[in-house]
Design a protein around this ligand. Structure first.
Ligand SMILES: Nc1ncnc2c1ncn2[C@@H]1O[C@H](COP(=O)(O)OP(=O)(O)O)[C@@H](O)[C@H]1O
Ligand code: SF4
Ligand SMILES: [Mg+2]
Length: 383
């Protein structure tokens, strides 16, 4: 009594089999994650370039779900140089947040796991591989040497505690030098002033709901800065804010970066934000990097058809258009990725070679890399 298999649907039996297998896989990862008192030598590593604060190499992060394995991040590599801002751009669902949550070890576990790859972090005198680090050791890095600003500040602030007390808690948690209480209280006020909150002593006594969205995001930024992090990850920090507030927050981040001399990894779906802020740009599509380079290279010479599509779909001041360009088609299903260029079915520039396997990376300059067959052809012709 063989039942006809319907494309894309799973039988209950199949689904149970998948969850059993998933459990086996994730249990093995969790065992590794939950190790206690692991000596640092086990996750010590070396930076390829000591001028980088972060080097991601071949990172694969998957979610083992009952309907199959979601390869949210599928082999990405990029660097964040010290003191620079790297913008990560791509449309919703391409794996930007999963990338940042991997770096912070904040993935939804046990289903979300770093499956392979390295996340090398430069601690100054030595380097560690976050991908190999147990949860316990990561707690000393998170919020201390790397901090994160989320899209919706209300979900990260505790509604029942006063603003000042919440900032103080962050400072207390990382107070390894036993700084006296009065000095910590002063530091709370200084932090609020640093992020441009005028009535800082008053605001410190308020609850989150008494503040506007822009003020709350400023408070979140002050908490992220509390421990002088070497790297700040800002995941869509202005997406939930209206346009004028958005500009103010971006200004603030830009000014702060120079003052505290840290690096920023700025995640957004908005190329306009990247244009204003980033020194380097990484373009993601369906869990992979399709193009990366300096901001200058990406904006004046976008090479990948997807990057070009993103540029064309962005409104330009002073240019009258009837309808904004939108990239036709939709992204492939992340459980069942094709074995050819992921962008092919939406690409207006595809050629015969594009039916081949997923294109490798080609260097257009020492910093500018693209994964697209159009450039393989050029290289062949030049050879
Ligand atoms: N907890 C989860 N369980 C299963 N799939 C997830 C989970 N979190 C994210 N994903 C999937 O990973 C992919 C990338 O998501 P995300 O990184 O959040 O995208 P974005 O680029 O919009 O930040 C999406 O296909 C999303 O559905
Ligand atoms: S490899 Fe081909 S299909 Fe893919 S983006 Fe380049 S031109 Fe388009
Ligand atoms: Mg996101």
């Amino acid at each position: 009594m063989a039942k006809k298999k319907e494309e894309g649907y799973l039988s209950a039996k199949e689904s149970r089999r998948i969850s059993r297998e998933n459990r086996k896989i994730t249990n093995a990862f969790e065992k590794k994650n939950k190790r206690k008192r692991v000596p640092e030598s086990e996750f010590a590593t070396r930076m390829k370039d000591p001028g980088n604060v972060l080097e991601i190499e071949g990172l694969h992060t998957y979610f083992f779900t009952d309907v199959g394995t979601v390869k949210s991040v599928d082999g990405i590599s990029f660097e964040v140089p010290i003191g620079k801002t790297v913008g990560i751009v791509g449309e919703s669902g391409c794996g930007k947040s999963v990338t940042s949550l991997s770096i912070m070890q904040l993935l939804q576990r046990p289903q979300g796991q770093i499956v392979s790859g390295e996340i090398r972090f430069n601690k100054g005198d030595r380097a560690i591989d976050i991908a190999q680090m147990p949860i316990e050791a990561m707690q000393k890095i998170r919020g201390n040497e790397i901090s994160m600003i989320f899209q919706e500040p209300m979900t990260s602030l505790n509604p029942v505690f006063k603003i000042g007390d919440q900032i103080k808690e962050v400072l207390d948690l990382h107070n390894y030098d036993n700084i006296p209480e009065e000095r910590i209280n002063e530091k709370v006020i200084e932090l609020l002033e640093m992020v441009g909150i005028a009535n800082s002593r008053g605001v410190a006594k308020m609850y989150p709901h008494e503040l506007s969205g822009g003020m709350r995001q400023r408070v979140m930024i002050s908490m992220a800065l509390a421990c002088d992090p070497k790297l700040i990850i800002a995941d869509e920090p202005t997406t939930a804010l209206d346009v004028t507030i958005q500009a103010q927050i971006l200004d603030l981040l830009r000014n702060l970066k120079d003052r505290i001399n840290s690096s920023i990894m700025l995640i957004t779906h908005d190329l306009g934000v990247i244009a204003e802020m980033a020194d380097y740009v990484v373009v993601m599509y369906s869990g992979r990097i399709v193009e990366k380079g300096t901001a200058q290279e990406i904006f004046s010479n976008p090479a990948h058809p997807y990057t070009q599509g993103l540029m064309a779909s962005k409104p330009v001041v002073g240019k009258k258009v009837d309808k904004l360009y939108s990239i036709p088609g939709k992204v492939p299903n992340p459980v069942n990725m094709p074995d050819y260029c992921y962008f092919r079915d939406r690409c207006e520039k595809r050629c015969a070679a594009c039916d081949g396997e997923y294109p490798g990376e080609i260097s257009l300059s020492p910093t500018h890399k693209v994964s697209c067959y159009r450039f393989f052809e050029q290289e062949n012709k030049e050879a």
